[in-house]
Design a protein around this ligand. Structure first.
Ligand SMILES: CC(C)(COP(=O)(O)OP(=O)(O)OC[C@H]1O[C@@H](n2cnc3c(N)ncnc32)[C@H](O)[C@@H]1OP(=O)(O)O)[C@@H](O)C(=O)NCCC(=O)NCCS
Length: 191
């Protein structure tokens, strides 16, 4: 298993995996399958220095992808805050790959200068909520019944966690958040 930055030629497969989640109906607010044209700008707005798209490969086949994207794009005050997204090929769910991808992305946040990592997810996405909590995220926001997927309404959750630099951790400057900072509930060390 390998994780690397995405190249433009990966976009077709990235979209294929995302479309699986659209069809599943519990992981994204998109309700109609998308194509390369829909995601070209999105792809080009990402870069490995600040807002990467990562792909996960198994035996040279892409089995998942994740992105770190701007939150409130273009607003300077939010430059230390970013949004994580991740999608795994449904043929590879439940084998630990998703957690490995998320762990890798969180670990890269210090390099990217991110101090607050957000995940936006549908209230019905219990699996993702549980994984995020395991990685030290907690519920930072909730918007009731704002999502309508083919007639079924649900809430939208904002999960968040702090990413502390080694200096901040050592100085314990955020005592109330130490548990989250250290991923205390997580078995995934080295984040
Ligand atoms: C979220 C996702 C990436 C996880 O990947 P995965 O490889 O299937 O997950 P893993 O096998 O690494 O871990 C699954 C964990 O969730 C837990 N889980 C599974 N179903 C669950 C459920 N219904 N409720 C709570 N926890 C659940 C498992 O017990 C497991 O935890 P464990 O290792 O402690 O047993 C993948 O399911 C996915 O692509 N989902 C669709 C896209 C999505 O929801 N993205 C989030 C929006 S940004």
């Amino acid at each position: 298993m390998k994780i690397r930055f995405a190249k433009y030629k990966d976009l077709k497969k990235i979209i294929g995996i995302y479309n699986q989640a659209i069809i599943a109906g519990n992981a994204t607010g998109d309700t109609k399958e998308i194509n390369i044209k829909d995601r070209k700008d999105w792809f080009n707005e990402h870069n490995s220095d600040k807002y990467p798209i990562y792909v996960m490969e198994f035996n040279d086949t892409m089995i998942g992808w994740g992105s770190i994207s701007p939150y409130r794009k273009g607003r300077e005050g939010f430059k230390e805050t970013a949004e994580i997204s991740y999608y795994l090929d449904y043929n590879y769910h439940g084998q630990g790959y998703g957690k490995k991808l998320i762990e890798y992305m969180i670990a890269d946040c210090k390099r990217l200068g991110i101090k607050n990592l957000l995940a936006m997810l549908l209230e019905i996405n219990k699996k993702s909520c549980s994984i995020l909590e395991e990685f030290g995220f907690s519920k930072w926001g909730f918007m009731p019944d704002v999502v309508n997927i083919k007639g079924k309404r649900c809430g939208h959750l904002i999960y968040g966690r702090k990413i502390y630099s080694d200096d901040e951790k050592n100085a314990s400057i955020h005592p109330n958040n130490r548990a989250s900072a250290d991923g205390a509930k997580s078995t995934h060390k080295g984040l």
